[in-house]
Design a protein around this ligand. Structure first.
Ligand SMILES: Cc1ncc(COP(=O)(O)O)c(C=O)c1O
Length: 379
């Protein structure tokens, strides 16, 4: 599907500019239909669990397809933090490998899960960012034979910095450490192929660039990995047969479903499958080229208006976000929102994120309004 056709699936663009996929992707006509199908099935069929579970599998399949994985290696979880919990629990920090390497542009919730592994022996080390960039060299210097797990986001939520995941992962593997990639801020717009990524675990949730709703996330686990302790957070959907109904038997599924817990969020499954079906009808390489070109223009134009970048200005370090510093980020975002332009403030920065549905007109509108804001607050 081409960009223009893709955009037509998102009614918000009839009267608004959506530049906040880093927070929540735009609602598509396809997701509206899917969620109303869920409501209709509930109203007319009372408890159609079989077809609802098929929808969960459809979401799993769409995610697997997106990252070039086998669906049996994908667990459906409730949120990225839950996926991270399973990754931490899968490691043994007591046998000479105690270190988790992460960084201070990590999404806090994921970092919190690493910190919460300290009572199990984990020693968490943060690689520092400098001017919004985490240097490859600093990451590499933090990796040695005492490292159990290296956590590398695909893209930072804070400013869109795109990590050199493969370069870091290769070094981690050289030292026998495992690699977890939080792909939440890139999956859907940055091509991911688990066959070449050198990761052991990939986590993503469905609500941002995957164009679904809150309530569902995915954990891909490299096939053949030797698991640690059986997950302490579990439930019937982690059993080899969830419908065996045997309370005394705690077996774990042989595939990635071992990391699942209880009843999945069915409405979110409808949204996730529908959202990702749109992405899977595009070529994500083409999507990334499209958004990179828009980001080039946006970056250049906002700088010309006197804004300073928090996102990296180098193309090879930039994800789908252009982020500018703003002392009063909330105020600026409100100003834009009142003019139907949706961006995402975080602290003293305003994040403007791009998806395949964005076009040059969106850039034009936001830049013009940012200039107006500048003029209205100046004197
Ligand atoms: C990089 C990244 N990871 C994880 C999350 C969310 O984690 P969870 O699904 O546990 O709320 C976000 C949400 O903003 C994120 O940007």
């Amino acid at each position: 599907m081409k960009a223009e056709a893709f955009r037509k699936h998102f009614p918000i663009f009839r009267d608004s500019v959506h530049l906040c996929s880093c927070s929540e992707g735009a609602l598509s006509d396809r997701v509206i239909v899917a969620m109303s199908e869920f409501m209709t099935s509930w109203r007319t069929q009372a408890a159609p669990w079989e077809s609802w579970m098929e929808e969960v599998d459809r979401a799993r399949q769409q995610f697997a397809r997106l990252i070039r994985a086998d669906e049996k290696d994908v667990a459906v979880v409730s949120c990225a933090s839950e996926g991270a919990f399973h990754v931490a629990w899968d490691q043994d920090f007591t046998k000479g490998r105690s270190v988790i390497v992460t960084n201070d542009l990590e999404f806090p919730s994921v970092a919190h899960v690493w910190l919460a592994a300290r009572p199990r022996g984990a020693d968490v080390r943060f690689v520092m960012q400098h001017n919004g960039v985490v240097a490859l060299e600093d990451y590499i210097n933090a990796i040695n034979e005492r490292v159990a797990l290296v956590s590398v986001p695909l893209v930072s939520y804070a400013n869109g910095f795109r990590f050199p995941v493969e370069d870091i992962a290769k070094v981690a593997h050289k030292y026998g450490a495992r690699v977890v990639v939080d792909a939440y801020q890139g999956a859907g717009v940055i091509p991911i192929d688990v066959n070449t990524l050198h990761a052991d675990y990939v986590i993503s949730g469905s609500l941002k660039y995957l164009l679904g709703s809150p309530g569902m996330a995915f954990l891909w686990v490299r096939p053949g990995i030797v698991h640690g302790e059986d997950p302490a957070l579990t439930g019937w959907f982690a059993r080899s047969n969830p419908f065996a109904f045997t309370p005394r038997v705690l077996d774990y599924a042989a595939d990635a479903r071992r990391f699942q817990t209880g009843t999945p969020a069915i409405p979110a499954a409808f949204a996730a499958a529908a959202g990702m079906s749109l992405i899977n009808e595009t070529d994500v390489h083409h999507v990334f080229t499209h958004i990179s070109a828009l980001a080039d223009t946006l970056q250049e134009r906002v700088q010309a208006e006197g804004y300073h970048l928090y996102s990296p200005d180098q193309r090879d370090q930039r994800g789908p976000q252009v982020t500018v510093w703003a002392d009063n980020a909330e105020h600026l975002s409100d100003y834009l929102r009142k003019r139907n332009i949706f961006v995402s403030p975080r602290g003293k920065a305003v994040r403007m994120s791009l998806h395949f549905y964005n076009n040059e007109e969106d850039i034009e509108q936001v830049v013009r309004t940012l200039a107006d804001y500048r003029n209205s607050t100046r004197d």
